[in-house]
Write a protein that binds this ligand. Structure first.
Ligand code: BES
Ligand code: ZN
Length: 650
């Protein structure tokens, strides 16, 4: 369900990347480090543990010089829709390097200076549509600081500037960033590779009626006056633990705050603050549950920021401040597994971080596993089991689609993404196949052993980057105890490097969903919808019910379902989405006004892309409609959602 169609592979781009990688190797830039021990790894940083150091999605050469700290001083200009100001980078040079290479995309570089303000020579590389440009700055002997003065361009994909009417409150504009995977370079000139962890600090100046928040310690919650500029105020932030650049995040708007627990709270547009605070009331409990499983929470506070409806993802695990879609505000706390997921990333992803985007499953697969453990702890096994089954079914659907698209290699946990946009690999594979791998280990070793292993893993590699190879080495040492027969028996190699699903996968089951299957059979056999036993159904049961309807459904039977359960007016976005998918597949016209509202009212890629694709797959019925709705909706979507939907509308 998460799968988006692949962009055409460019053999040329692949070749070029390959040639560059070879060049890098011959220059010793991608040096293969073998035989490093833990002590060296800690000293030399994560790079030392990484056999394949090159990140194909960054121009940076951190082996020579790496960015250690970013200090931002930016003004948000809502009229011009620009961030402008300076990024001061603190560098660490490995070999008296004469240049530093940064990643930039859609940035206008005004000048580059050293700490004293003396200009430095710099050059911008050729623009690549996916990667952007390299920014190479000449370093005088011993230079440790560079200051880049710049502003963002309108087309940058990380930032979305919203008009007041695109917000919940409708009164004030809003701005937010989305860094993952390779978008941070569209608003910060830095080394934009997840293996180059950086601390950061920021001064963000905004119109005085707005509030700025970031994924960092919020030092001045009320802002500070700007001398001589009554219409502006400044907010200061500090992240003193090194994070991957995709985790640097900013939002500006009419934002309020409400506390949930000692360490937890909710930020949201004031218009939805109470609703959000009600929805996420269990945050502190989730945090306690997470710590009990895998060790202390290392980031101080854990807050959630609810964004306007165009936020392109369900959630984004920005440290100390998860960004979340308002489509999870169902009013009944039914969709809070999203918070469990983003919270879990505080360990898997933010503490131990995928070293390259080919290791993305180490972030997402571990997180889906961890998320479900939190859900089980807080809400019980029945609910967790249902969610597991839904996830597994999504995986099967996605894998079928990926194979139908002719790219079985994208069912690998560890894909080859040279020359490929990491967004094109995005699917349920890294999420659910990754989680299934850990569940296989859980079944084999038992929870006690696996939990001890995972807890150890998070503490051994805290604040480091992790490759699939390094993970395998660690697994061999600490869980498999170098038993190569056991490793073969568990098919570890197939899991990590093979396509499809190994046959020792543990297929999840749920008694509550089995009951739903019975009702589906009854309905398929002709039973009256109103006579079905759906008492007390929770949202996963409804989603299961809708996504397992027989293909032979007629418009009359759709109408019978609608009149029994009023799906067309559901206020749960997951149920609404599942219903609308069905409505499109079966040409159920009465749902069209809701479909239009749904597609215009929110811009989450996971909902929009499959619905447009489904419409396009019904040429006589849905094609014109898809174009009409998209024309209306597109201006309100985030760049990332536009890019996804554009591909299915061709
Ligand atoms: N880190 C992801 C979001 C992401 C992935 C952004 C790849 C950009 C590129 C986040 O943790 C996530 O997985 N969000 C899910 C929701 C979650 C409950 C599975 C989403 O947005 O659908
Ligand atoms: Zn995630």
């Amino acid at each position: 369900m998460r799968h988006t169609p692949l962009r055409a592979f460019s053999p040329l781009r692949r070749l070029a990347a390959l040639a560059l990688a070879c060049l890098g190797l011959s220059l010793g830039l991608g040096a293969v480090v073998t035989g490093c021990n833990r002590h060296e790894a800690a000293d030399a940083g994560p790079q030392a543990m990484v056999a394949r150091t090159a990140d194909d999605h960054s121009y940076a050469r951190p082996q020579e010089v790496r960015v250690r700290h970013v200090d931002l001083d930016l003004t948000a200009d809502f009229q011009a829709r620009q961030l402008r100001g300076t990024a001061t980078l603190k560098l660490e040079s490995k070999a008296n390097a004469k240049q530093v290479v940064l990643d930039v995309k859609d940035l206008a570089i005004e000048r580059v200076t050293d700490a004293s303000g003396a200009p430095l020579k710099y050059a911008l590389g050729k623009t690549d549509p996916m990667m952007g440009q390299s920014l190479t700055v000449e370093l005088p002997q011993g230079a440790q600081t560079i200051v880049v003065r710049y502003h963002t361009e309108k087309s940058g994909s990380a930032l979305q500037w919203l008009d007041p009417q695109q917000t919940a409150g409708k009164q004030k504009p809003f701005l937010f960033s989305q860094g993952e995977e390779i978008n941070t370079r569209t608003w910060i000139p830095t080394q934009d590779s997840p293996a180059v962890r950086q601390t950061y600090s920021a001064r963000i100046t905004v119109p005085s009626d707005l509030v700025a928040v970031m994924s960092a310690k919020r030092l001045t919650p009320d802002g500070e006056a700007v001398p001589g500029h009554a219409s502006q105020r400044t907010f200061r932030f500090e992240m003193d633990q090194p994070v991957a650049p995709y985790l640097i995040a900013l939002a500006v708007g009419d934002i309020g705050f409400k506390e949930e627990g000692k360490r937890t709270g909710v930020y949201a547009e004031k218009a939805v603050l109470d609703k959000a605070a009600y929805e996420f009331a269990d945050m502190e409990q989730m945090l306690d549950a997470a710590e009990k499983l895998y060790g202390p929470y290392k980031w101080g506070r854990y807050d959630v920021l609810v964004l306007p409806p165009s936020f392109p993802y369900g959630g984004m695990e920005n440290p100390t401040l998860t960004f979340a879609t308002p489509t999870v505000l169902a009013g009944d706390r039914s969709l809070v597994s999203l918070v469990a997921h983003e919270l879990a990333h505080s360990w898997s992803g933010n503490l131990v971080t995928n070293a390259t985007w080919e290791d993305f499953w180490l972030n997402e697969g571990f997180t889906v596993y961890f998320e479900n453990r939190i859900m089980e702890q807080v809400y019980g096994k029945d609910r967790a089991d249902m969610l597991k089954v839904l996830g597994y079914n999504d995986l099967l659907t996605d894998m079928k689609q990926i194979e139908a698209d002719g790219h079985p290699e994208f069912t690998r946990l560890h894909p080859d993404l040279k020359g490929i946009d990491p967004d094109d690999y995005f699917s349920d594979v890294p999420y659910e196949k990754g989680a299934a791998f850990l569940r296989m280990l859980e079944q084999r070793f038992g929870r006690k052993k696996l939990d001890a292993y995972l807890k150890g893993y998070f503490s051994r590699y805290a604040f480091q980057s992790m490759t699939t190879e390094a993970f395998l080495a660690d697994l061999r040492q600490h869980l498999l105890h170098n038993d190569s027969d056991l490793e073969k028996q568990l098919k570890i190699n197939d899991w990590l490097y093979g396509t499809g699903l190994p046959d020792n996968v543990v297929v999840p089951t749920s008694p509550l969903l089995d009951q739903v299957s019975q009702q589906i059979s009854a309905f398929a056999g002709g039973a009256d919808a109103k006579a079905l036993d759906t008492k007390d159904y929770a949202y996963p049961q409804w989603v299961y019910f809708l996504s397992h309807m027989p293909d032979s459904l007629t418009v009359d039977r759709m109408a019978a379902l609608d009149s029994a359960f009023d799906f067309t007016h559901s206020h749960n976005s997951e149920i609404e989405f599942a219903w609308l998918m069905l409505a499109v597949q079966h040409h159920y016209t009465p749902a069209l006004p809701t479909l239009r509202e749904f597609l215009i009212g929110q811009g989450r890629g996971k909902f929009c892309t499959p619905l447009y694709r489904a419409l396009m797959q019904q040429p006589g019925w849905g094609l014109d409609l898809a174009h009409r709705i998209y024309n209306e909706a597109r201006p309100g979507y985030h760049e990332l959602t536009r890019a996804q939907v554009d591909k299915v509308m061709k």
